[in-house]
Ligand binder design. Sequence first.
Ligand SMILES: [Zn+2]
Length: 377
Amino acid sequence: MSLQFDIASTTEHGGRRAQLTLPHGVVQTPVFMPVGTAATVKAVPQDVLEKLNAEIILANTYHLYLRPGHELIRRAGGVHRFMSWQRPMLTDSGGFQVFSLAKLRKITDDGVEFRSHLDGSKHFFSPEHSMEVQIALGADIMMVFDECVETPASWERTKESMALTHAWAARSKKYWEAHRHEVPWASEFAGQHQALFGIVQGGMYADLRRESAACLVEMDFPGYAIGGLAVGEPREVTLEMIALTLEHLPKDKPRYVMGVGYPDEIEEYAKMGVDMMDCVLPTRAGRHGLLFTREDPNNRTSPVVRMNIKKQEFAEDHGPIDAGCGCMVCARYSRAYLRHLFASGEPLGATLNSIHNLAFYLETMERVRTQLANVPR
Ligand SMILES: [Zn+2]
């Protein structure tokens, strides 16, 4: 068994309170997964992530493949051991970064040739190679290699890209089935292996989303992601695409929306039946001095407010970022101090801001899980 998904309760709107069991531990869902691009959640040490109760984090295949290299990580025993994080992890396929970061891409049916955004060196990713890299990294959950269509894209272009994504999903699965025993921790976790998720594409077209979901469900994955969203489309469109795709995915398997979103969005999606989400926003915003707070600190369901810590008005404000937040930053440091750190370019500023924002996201999901568990059946 490499993945077990136990649903405790489901609301009339489809939101589910569940538990996901993976080789490296148990994850309470719906869950928000902090993004650790280069095997680090930027500026936040692993022991702090544990204290924040982060149960699963992401790492990016494209970045780790380029630096330090997946073979180095394989020799280290896999990404968990390399970064000293013994809780569950997920790696993306590298597809999204190849299409968004890398230069001079050449796409064929076989795969993608690209140049590194770091040094211009030439590389080739195919579904098989993405699987090989992800098996070497050894995250508990890995993703099929997909093409991410540019936005906006025509229906024809999206359909063509989707067909390639489906062919690549089948090839990813075939390679994974033949090689899954090669994961670096195979002997440590006898009989267990990684779980491979399919990715539904189809752009902003309802008929293509339906077709993509049906095709992937036919291939039978232990979990499904909804990809290609939050790429600049209006929020109502993201919501509509998620809602209609969820209808076509199996109810007994985990469903993951990639790359979303703001705190109020992740709450909304979780209540619709999305089990997993990830986003760089809490840490990226934190490094830019943007902090998430509640309009009424004593009411954790009041609207989310984005505080810009750079503002002069906080120069002598000796209160916490958010008086209702239980995080270690709000318990100890003032707005004035955080503003000073940010204004002086002190690295501690990025760390403390990121910790608060992650705590805000994780606390939001904790509250949503409690709500979903307490619905009358
Ligand atoms: Zn806080």
